[in-house]
Design a protein around this ligand. Structure first.
Ligand code: FES
Length: 189
């Protein structure tokens, strides 16, 4: 990692991360400075989480979610945009350029767009230089891993929650079916 810039891309599982994957499958080159982390939805990103990334020394942060109107959690990406704006204000107050943070919206089919966003942010950070809060390469690598583990834990928790909801809905369907069947049998007898 040395003195290369590090840009974290917090990507929602359903669109932006899928677009990043697609960019990889299409063999589209995007800068190695961009480290994509997968979250269930950008709406799960709080202002503190964004600031924590900067506090740990990353040089830039991308928040990438579904297209407006396309969030799988309804308004998660709209909440994320408001939080990104708030985080920018706070960054400016502590002397970190707010341009180091940007939110993008894209669909899962936009692998090319993901590669463009990565290149755009890479260029912007190259112009700004390393973050004034930059840490040593070792500290930074361990911070990136820590944030990745946190993002993965959030995704796993969300997937468990969804599986429970689906199982519960299936159970309700079974009960409704059995009740309807019992009623039908009762009417025939
Ligand atoms: Fe993609 Fe909410 S699920 S931004």
């Amino acid at each position: 990692m040395n003195n290369d810039p590090v840009v974290l891309a917090f990507c929602c599982h359903y669109c932006a991360y899928a677009a990043a994957d697609l960019a990889g499958s299409m063999r589209l080159q995007y800068p190695g400075t961009i480290r994509a982390l997968r979250l269930p939805c950008t709406g799960k990103i709080e202002v503190n989480y964004i600031l924590a990334a900067f506090e740990r020394g990353v040089d830039g942060v991308i928040v990438a979610g579904c297209l407006e109107g396309g969030c799988h959690f309804q308004e998660g990406n709209l909440r994320a945009r408001r939080r990104v704006e708030r985080a920018k204000e706070l960054l400016a107050e502590i002397g970190v350029e707010p341009e180091r943070l940007e939110m993008y919206n894209l669909s899962s089919a936009e692998g090319t767009r993901f590669a463009e966003i990565a290149a755009e942010m890479n260029e912007r950070i190259a112009k700004l230089g390393l973050s004034p809060l930059r840490r040593s390469a070792v500290e930074l690598e361990s911070a990136v891993q820590e944030m990745d583990e946190l993002a993965q834990a959030r995704l796993a928790a969300d997937q468990r929650k969804r599986a429970r909801e689906q199982a519960f809905a299936a159970l309700e369907d079974d009960v409704a079916y059995e009740q309807a069947e019992a009623q039908l049998v009762g009417e025939r007898t």
